[in-house]
Design a protein around this ligand. Structure first.
Ligand code: ACO
Length: 438
């Protein structure tokens, strides 16, 4: 409500200030006039890691972390995962509404007409060392696409922007699959536009000498659901990078490459790979309790647990758990699920985790499904990056078209030296304290 306000009294000067409150939020710039001395810069907020700072207004994704709610454009994630395809959800995130049948058909055709990557990009990929990490290859190759489509620099042109969005969504599965096959030493497989988005990705990953790849429909649907669950998650670390880099009007390829780099870290999208490593290390259900004790004593973290926003069960983890059972019907049970379930049970009952509101996040179960489907752990984060490309681009587009957005540029609290003068080289061998005394 616009007519709400706070009164702030500056005890240094005795002056009072009225700050408007909109949507339960004050504008940091309204604090600037609060000064003890007119020569001062003014009051700022200090918020390392953005624990309590809204960086934008967004109409894309809603999260209520205390109640475990996630919605895209108002639709609950559970309904989208049950009733929609990833292509419908991608359209929804980018355009604000679910597509009609005609719009969906056009959208799918448009995406399919951009799935190939240029042969020079293929050669670029071939230049990577045989054991390069797929996520490193993915990040570099997405950035390299900027050189193939130089017109992408015109980010303020809506027609160009839209074409680059389509290109990126269409090409990321192709790049991801090539990164995967490069690591295995297999020839790259061209896209097959008879297939759905997820099926075609599976085709490019796994087709060998057979003339036509036939995806198992249960596994293809499971992958599609996983794509839906990973498509967007409001202002997380990588999305913040996408918006921040994009705010300088850098092109979408290099901005998205930077976002993917942020995703690769073990505290973010890289956690799914770490979860598998952790489950391997634990090995059996009997070792779960000692491992939890190790976590509680601060020696390690329980990967796939905890979240900056969710202080309740991550709704995506619940859907992934359900999807895991569908996948296991086809692939057979991944025995790591027993260790994961035992770990979850002990952790959810333990005071350490209860007190800190640590619950399984999206990465806790996703790796187990991916492994059951035949993926190597090194590709897990790339599997995350494919659908998140849609979220990054939806957020980038919202940022570019938001009249309030400017180049992203935080302030700092300077805690270094006051002005000092450059000593000669000879003076520098003398302890700094001695120079100060002279
Ligand atoms: N295992 C053990 N303890 C944990 C964990 C964990 N996974 N996560 C948080 N804690 C503890 C912290 O040590 C801290 O304890 P303290 O209060 O005694 O110091 C407390 O819980 C609060 O944790 P913070 O680090 O302040 O939480 P923050 O919001 O900064 O971090 C994060 C969130 C990075 C996700 C963290 O929970 C973590 O590292 N989890 C493991 C990695 C992971 O699964 N990442 C994927 C997140 S989902 C995604 O990005 C797609």
């Amino acid at each position: 409500m616009a007519d709400q306000s706070f009164n702030i009294t500056d005890n240094r000067t005795g002056k009072s200030y009225t700050l408007p409150v909109h949507d339960g939020t004050i504008r940091a710039m309204d604090l600037r006039p609060i000064k003890a001395d007119p020569e001062e810069f003014g009051t700022m907020t200090y918020d390392p890691a953005f624990l309590n700072t809204a960086s934008c207004r967004s109409a894309i994704t809603y999260i209520d972390g205390d109640r475990g709610i996630l919605r895209y454009r108002g639709y609950p994630i559970e309904e989208l995962a049950e009733k929609c395809s990833f292509m419908e959800v991608a359209y929804l995130l980018l355009n604000g509404e679910l597509p009609t049948q005609i719009e969906l058909d056009q959208w799918i055709t448009e995406i399919k007409s951009h799935t190939m990557i240029h042969e020079t990009t293929k050669h670029f990929l071939q230049g990577f060392r045989y054991n390069a990490h797929p996520m490193t290859m993915f990040i570099s190759t997405v950035a390299a696409l900027s050189s193939v489509y130089p017109e992408c620099k015109h980010v303020l042109d809506p027609t160009i922007r839209r074409r680059e969005i389509v290109r990126l969504i269409a090409k990321v599965p192709t790049i991801a699959a090539y990164c995967y096959r490069h690591q295995l030493g297999y020839p790259y497989v061209y896209p097959d536009n008879d297939l759905s988005y997820a099926e075609n990705f599976m085709n490019m990953l796994w087709r060998m000498a057979e003339p036509k790849f036939l995806a198992n429909p249960v596994l293809a649907r499971a992958l599609d659901i996983l794509f839906i669950l990973h498509a967007d998650h409001e202002q997380n670390c990588s999305t913040n990078v996408m918006r921040c880099v994009g705010s300088s009007q850098a092109d979408p390829y290099v901005s998205l490459s930077a976002a993917a780099a942020a995703l690769s870290g073990p505290l973010h999208g890289g956690a799914n790979e770490e979860v598998l490593r952790m489950l391997d290390e634990i090995g059996t259900v009997d070792n779960v309790k000692p491992y939890v004790d190790k976590v509680k004593s601060g020696h390690t973290k329980l990967m796939g647990f905890g979240h900056r926003v969710y202080k309740n069960y991550d709704p995506r983890a619940r859907i992934i758990k359900w999807t895991a059972n569908q996948v296991f019907e086809v692939t057979g049970r991944n025995r790591k699920i027993d260790v994961a379930l035992a770990l979850e049970k002990i952790a959810l009952e333990d005071e350490y985790f209860v007190k800190r509101k640590l619950y399984p996040n999206v990465d806790f179960y996703s790796g187990i499904i991916y492994e059951a489907m035949g993926f190597e752990p090194s590709i897990f984060t790339v599997l995350f990056a494919i659908p998140r490309t849609v979220g990054w681009l939806a957020q980038w587009q919202e940022m570019i078209t938001d009249p309030e957005q400017k180049i992203s540029r935080p302030r700092q609290l300077y805690i270094g030296h006051a002005e000092r003068h450059v000593p000669t080289l000879a003076e520098r061998s003398v302890p700094a304290t001695a120079i100060a005394m002279s």
